[in-house]
Design a protein around this ligand. Structure first.
Ligand code: MEZ
Length: 578
């Protein structure tokens, strides 16, 4: 019996050792073969991969841990395919998702190093990118939210469409948009009993833009945004949740159920739709010159990865390249006081269109109007969506005092923060707010939140006076109850901050949106310095100027890119049919 028990323990220990070896970092089965783990730091945290090698050849790469944004999914597939084809981790990173793709490459290199196996790299000829002159009805430059929308609309109107994108991945800055899309008079507002009107939306937008906006463009935006919400919904988007952004009189910011981020969701829906419709999307294809005959744009010269150039002739060209918020040189050129500021923009927002249109004498509007977003984590450049304030968070300074109506427009909140000690502030909220907005989960995963079980503990953790922070929050809670913010007249106080845990994030302003750009009319046609339409040339989204005036309201960018994207797509297709 004793002997049997001993044998049992012996076997159990043996099995445990074997299974521990199985779930360990490496499983080398025989020389030149095995499965090995490797890791590297991605944009949002650790990326872990499991690499299967058979007879010195990489056969399979599984990503077993990653915290990267949804939109990088394509990047994973592309870079893994490249590594397997080359049988080597010495491959190039992918433009538009450089940090993520470099991390995958490094994680694979780590696994290969741990394996001790010497791989024999294969010579790969980069799949030859077609670099032949071609022609189409409509060519669209830039596959962000505006470009994808334009492409779908033009294609659905019967045009043949080529959509080019300089990066290897689509989505551009829209991938980072979080807060939502503003629209007045939607069925989603109606279902929630929200009383809104196009007039009120128009007034808020003009006031937010300090009346510098082009009233005709704002009229078209505000009249058509609700139709855009319908259009997007019909094509698969979920915009059923409605929240509040700074400068809005009512809740009109549409976003996915539970308050999830809007941008990556829309890019996924639009990308899928564009592919389904047969839009030809050419990535790693950069516009280098507009083709012009007289006063007419007739196509675009492009350059592909590897350097070859070719022409795409088209009956209509639409520029949807976005703003220049990631281009410090251009930002400082137009607004020197923003020197040294961080940016919320993806690396592609470099303002290429400003150079492209230079020979065409295009009128630029409000080009010096550049917006900072007030709740960006310093150094990390992670934007904390305005929806967190919209759903109840407050801002306090280092004296633990509120200093502004948190739902003021971005220019006003940014300025107020820069006047505080340390030029930053703390965004403070509770579990009520966290539970109301799923976008916050991403910040928690990224480790951006300081969490505490009481206000006192939170104050200690962020080094502010505990009694003062308790007083500030208690006073704010009485304002929520009486619906009257006696200090700053904040209009929308959604919830008392009284449910533990409590949270804080240090935030400050960073470059967010470039309001200025190419002058367009209400048909999205581009206008030159003599006030004339440039035939065959359209533009939509952040590349244009006039819609937002001196300051854009949160939620109006996604409304702009999709609404004017639809307008540009429809008019470009019409022109092509003529
Ligand atoms: O429109 C925006 O820029 C926006 C809503 C950003 C955000 O705070 O989420």
């Amino acid at each position: 019996m004793k002997y049997l028990r001993k044998l049992g323990i012996f076997l159990l220990v043996g099995i445990m050792i074997m299974s521990l070896a199985g779930c360990g970092a490496s499983k080398k089965t025989s020389s030149g073969s095995g499965t090995f783990e490797g890791q590297a730091k991605g944009k949002n945290g650790t990326i872990k991969v499991e690499v299967t090698i058979e007879n010195k050849e990489i056969k399979k790469i599984d990503v077993i841990e990653n915290h990267e944004s949804e939109f990088t999914k394509d990047t994973f597939t592309k870079v893994i395919d490249t590594i397997i084809a080359a049988n080597s981790a010495e491959v190039d990173a992918i433009s538009g998702a450089t940090i993520t793709s470099s991390a995958i490459i490094s994680a694979v290199a780590d696994a290969v190093k741990k394996s001790g196996i010497e791989l024999a790299p294969k010579k790969t000829t980069k799949a030859s990118v077609k670099a032949e002159n071609t022609s189409t009805d409509v060519v669209i430059i830039g596959a962000g939210g505006a470009g994808l929308t334009t492409a779908i609309e033009a294609k659905e109107k019967g045009a043949n469409v080529i959509l080019i994108e300089k990066n290897a991945v689509v989505g551009g800055n829209t991938n980072f948009a979080t807060g939502g899309l503003n629209a007045a008079g939607t069925k989603f507002q109606e279902a929630k009993g929200i009383k809104d009107s196009i007039e009120l939306f128009y007034e808020d937008t003009m006031k937010g833009g300090k009346n510098k906006n082009n009233p005709e463009l704002v009229k078209i935006l505000t009249e058509n945004a609700a139709k855009t919400v319908e259009w997007l919904t019909e094509r698969g988007a979920d915009l059923s949740d409605v929240g509040r952004m700074g400068g809005a009189s009512v809740n009109r910011t549409h976003r996915p159920t539970g308050g999830a981020g809007v941008g990556a969701h829309l890019v996924e829906v639009l990308h899928k739709k564009a592919k389904e419709l047969g839009v030809e999307i050419r990535t790693e294809t950069k516009a280098v010159e507009l083709l012009v005959e007289g006063n007419k744009v007739t196509g675009v010269k492009v350059q592909v990865a590897g350097g070859a150039k070719y022409d795409i002739k088209a009956k209509a060209v639409v520029i949807t390249t976005g703003g220049f918020g990631a281009n410090q040189e251009k930002v400082v050129k137009y607004k020197p006081e923003l020197k040294g500021f961080g940016t919320t923009n993806g690396p592609g927002a470099t303002g290429d269109a400003l150079d492209l249109v230079e020979p065409l004498n295009v009128e630029l509007v409000d080009i010096t109007e550049i917006q900072t977003h007030p709740t960006v984590v310093p150094e990390k450049n992670k934007m904390i969506t305005e929806a967190v304030r919209g759903n109840g968070a407050i801002l306090v300074n280092r004296q633990a005092k509120r200093f502004i109506n948190e739902l003021q427009t971005r220019d006003v909140v940014s300025k107020a923060e820069l006047e505080q000690e340390g030029k930053t502030a703390f965004l403070v909220f509770d579990q009520n707010v966290r539970e109301s907005l799923s976008a916050i989960e991403k910040y928690a995963k990224l480790g951006l939140l300081t969490e505490a079980s009481s206000v006192k503990e939170l104050a200690e953790k962020i080094s502010v006076d505990a009694a003062e922070l308790e007083k500030t929050i208690n006073t704010y809670n009485t304002y929520v109850e009486s619906k009257n913010d006696k200090d700053f007249k904040r209009p929308n106080m959604k919830t008392q901050l009284n449910k533990a845990p409590f949270y804080a994030v240090e935030v400050g302003p960073a470059v967010h949106h470039t309001m200025g750009g190419l002058k367009i009319n209400t048909k999205a046609q581009v206008i030159n310095k003599s006030g004339k339409v440039i035939e065959g040339l359209f533009a939509a989204g952040e590349v244009t100027g006039g819609v937002h005036g001196a300051n854009r309201l949160g939620g109006n960018a996604v409304a702009d890119i999709t609404t004017y994207g639809r307008i540009a797509g429809a008019n470009a297709a019409d022109l092509a049919k003529k």
